[in-house]
Design a protein around this ligand. Structure first.
Ligand SMILES: Cc1ncc(COP(=O)(O)O)c(C=O)c1O
Length: 446
């Protein structure tokens, strides 16, 4: 790919100051200078200096339309006025009391009002920790130790929840099965060995890049109940992004426990585990010896995050931000699919609510609408052979002022106006054309 070399050189010329910081970063950080696996990128992602609304800027003065949006936390965009005001007001009152405060109660009450299953609320600094606590509580509650999970569902990086290919994962205790296979699920659950079943709301990866079958999902609560397993629905991405009540309110299910994060903190680091009071009972001091769970955490519900979280949740409770972002995502999916067709590139934009996933490769059929992917074998949606192609697409997009996650995931906010979306579509069209011209993408497929 000669075009690739040219583009890398152009990119480097356009990002000279970022290059210098990248070199410094490589000396202090592992992972090619990145602090998150999704930010590892060849040659390097830009070093961002500031952001506002839907835009962010880098050290070299380049401007980007942002579809990373804090890994999905920023449904309200960068610097939403209500969140900024709340944080500014709180920062002068103190950021960390190490004491009870009213903001934490108000924040939890808002979450309860939005999500009826949230009878009890426990705060954490991130979604990963909420999921770790879910494993602990389920084990104590059931007296069992095994963890059941679905392939490609992401729940963070802790021992029992990291991807199965990683070293250090607690394989002994974990079984991973395909989603959407009810017989297999029942076969495992009926062994009555499992403390907990984890499910990512929407399906595998970031709210459902590989969508879960809704009939299948709706059978989970009854089946887990029958075999005495705690069902944890991970709504760290979907929690209040897809609806004020989360994905569970959209499809009509009530999990035993739900993990939350991202959007509930309005952009500050937040996590929560919510659900049935009896499962949280071991946290009560003076309970049954051997059945107690301790919860510490310097940053749990700190006043600054709680202030931001309250401001964000008040807006999210109205459902208006979700509607706006959903419409923006639907527009990009629809117009993006027209561009793919015009250029003869085989693939599709698909997705629900305010996220759009790009699939490139052979299609099996044209779905009735773009909420569904166009392939029968869903594992093709995350084919690792496509990673270099998406990496290259991302380089083209960054070069043209569009920043997304892993080249293939576009996350939306209230600030994605039609103007901004049309600029994005133009950049997409130019990027695809450049890839066709240089031979890094072929018509009719990848
Ligand atoms: C579905 C899901 N669960 C859990 C997590 C972990 O959350 P955090 O990064 O806040 O620890 C993530 C993060 O992307 C996620 O997407």
């Amino acid at each position: 790919m000669n075009g690739n070399n040219d583009l890398v050189e152009q990119y480097k010329a356009q990002h000279r100051q970022s290059a210098q910081w990248h070199e410094r970063a490589r000396k202090v950080f592992t992972s090619e200078g990145a602090t998150h696996f999704a930010r590892i990128f060849n040659p390097y992602r830009p070093y961002v200096t500031h952001a506002d609304g839907v835009k962010k800027w880098d050290l070299d003065g380049n401007q980007y339309i942002d579809y990373v949006l804090g890994h999905g936390a920023l449904l309200l965009g960068h610097n939403h006025r209500d969140v900024v005001n709340a944080v500014q007001e709180q920062i002068s009152r103190g950021v960390l009391y190490g004491e009870n405060h009213t903001l934490e109660v108000e924040w939890a009450e808002l979450i309860q009002e939005m999500m009826p299953g949230a009878e009890r609320v426990l705060f954490f600094p991130c979604g990963n920790e909420a999921n770790m606590m879910a494993v602990r509580l389920a084990r104590v509650y059931t007296g069992r130790s095994r963890v059941l999970r679905f392939e490609k569902h992401y729940h963070g990086w802790s021992d029992e929840l990291a991807s199965s290919v990683e070293s250090g994962v607690n394989h002994e205790q974990v079984t991973i099965i395909p989603q959407n296979d009810l017989d297999r699920l029942e076969e495992e659950l009926s062994s009555e060995k499992y403390a907990v079943l984890f499910t990512e709301a929407g399906g595998a990866f970031l709210g459902g890049r590989t969508p879960i079958d809704l009939d299948f999902a709706r059978q989970i609560p009854e089946m887990t109940k029958k075999y005495g397993t705690v069902w944890v629905l991970d709504e760290v991405v979907t929690g209040f992004r897809v609806a004020p009540g989360g994905w569970q309110s959209v499809i009509g299910v009530k999990p035993d426990l739900t993990s939350l994060g991202k959007c509930i903190g309005g952009g500050l680091s937040a996590g929560a585990l919510v659900g049935r009071p009896d499962i949280f009972e071991p946290m009560r001091p003076g309970g049954v010896p051997g059945h107690q769970v301790m919860h510490g955490g310097t940053w749990n519900a700190n006043p600054l995050t709680a202030a931001a979280g309250i401001a964000a949740c008040k807006l999210l409770k109205t459902g208006e931000p979700q509607q706006k972002a959903d419409q923006a995502a639907a527009y990009l999916r629809g117009e993006g699919n027209k561009i793919l067709k015009e250029k003869g590139v085989s693939g599709a934009f698909y997705g629900k609510s305010s996220i759009a996933y790009l699939y490139l490769g052979p299609v099996d059929f044209e779905p009735a609408d773009d909420t569904l992917p166009p392939v029968k074998n869903l594992s093709r949606l995350t084919d690792s052979a496509m990673l270099p192609v998406f990496n290259h697409l991302l380089l083209h997009l960054l070069h043209r002022g569009v920043s997304n996650l892993l080249g293939s995931i576009f996350i939306f906010s209230v600030f994605h106006s039609k103007d901004v979306l049309d600029q994005t579509l133009y950049a997409l069209s130019e990027s695809l054309q450049a890839m066709l011209d240089e031979g890094s993408l072929k018509t009719g497929g990848a």
